[in-house]
Design a protein around this ligand. Sequence first.
Ligand SMILES: NC(=O)C[C@H](N)C(=O)O
Length: 340
Amino acid sequence: MGSVTEDHVVLLATGGTIASRADSVTGSTLAADSGASVLAAAGSSAVGIEVVDLMQKGSYLLTFEDMLGIREAIQKALAARGTRGVVITHGTDTMEETAYLADLLHDDPRPVVFTGAQRAADHADPDGPRNLRDAIDVAMAPEARHRGALIVFDGEILSVPGTRKSETSKAKAFSNPDLGRVGSVAEDGSIHFGPARRREAPLNSTGTGMSAHGPVRVDIIAIYPGADATLFRAALAAGARGIVLEATGLGNANAALSEAVRTAIEDGVVVVTSTRVHAGPVRGIYGAGGGRTLEDAGAVPSGLLRPSQARILLQTLLTCGTSPQGVAHQFLQRGQPPSA
Ligand SMILES: NC(=O)C[C@H](N)C(=O)O
C-alpha cells in the first residue's frame, strides 16, 4: 500500500443532488446522472479515475442495507490493483450516516472521501463539480492517509465522527460543531491539513458478515415537552432491539419515559441517550427523569455523537451481536473528543 503503482482513484457514484436534475414531467428534482456524467461535469483530471455506478438515489431514500452495500463497494475498490483512494458521490441528507459507517469499519491507510452538492447538476452555478475535483485531489493526497473516511465539501475537509449536515441549502452544508474541520482545499486546489487526530481502532467486522444476518432494528425517539412513552413503546412493538433517544439539553427525558426505558433495558433492549442540541457532550446530571435517571436505568450516553451517527453505531454493534456492555464501552470510546 502506498507504492508508486497506486495511481488511480475509484469513484463510487450513488446519486444525490450532485447527480440530480429537474424531471421533465413532474418538475421535482431527481437523481438521474451517471457517475460518468458527474465526473465529466468536474472537468478533466490529471489522475486516472475508474467510475463505478452503485445506485442513483437521493440519500433520503437510503436504507442501512444500501449503506452496507456502499461500504462493501469501498472494500472491493481498495482490494483492486492500483487503487490509491476512493471517492463516493452521495446525497448530503444522510452522508453523515454512510460516511460514519464507512469510517467505523475502515481498516486501511488509504483515503475514503465523501462529497456531493447542494445545488443540482442543472443549476446555473452547481457546486458539485468543484466539490468533486477537491475530493479527488484529497483522495490522492499523501497527507490524507491514516485519517479514516473524510467529507470534503465547500473547501473544507472534515473527519466524520461528529460531522453533520447543519445547513439545509447553503453551500457549506456540513460542520463539526465540537471538533471543527481537519483541513481545507483552497480555490486554486491547494490542500492544507491540520495535525492528525488519533482515530479509534476500526470495528472488527466485515460488511458481508453483518448483512448475512440482516440488520437489527434501531429507532430514534424524540423527546419534547409533554412527550409520553407511546412512541417508545411503539418502537419496541415494531421489534426495535436498540433505541436512540433524541433527548433535550444534556440528555434529559422525563419520568414516564425513564420508566419505560428502565423496563425496556431489563428486557434486553439497548437504549442510548443523545441530544437534540447542536454541540457539547451528553451528561447524566439531572434527576426526576433527566439524564441521571436515564443513566441509572441503564441508558448509555452517546458522548458527542448526535442521533444520526449514534444510531449507526448502535445498529452496527447490535447487528454484529455486541453485548450491552460492549455497546457501552464503544460509546465511551467513540463518543469522546479524539486527542491529537
Ligand atoms: N443536497 C443533497 O444531496 C440533498 C438530497 N436530497 C440528497 O440527500 O440526496
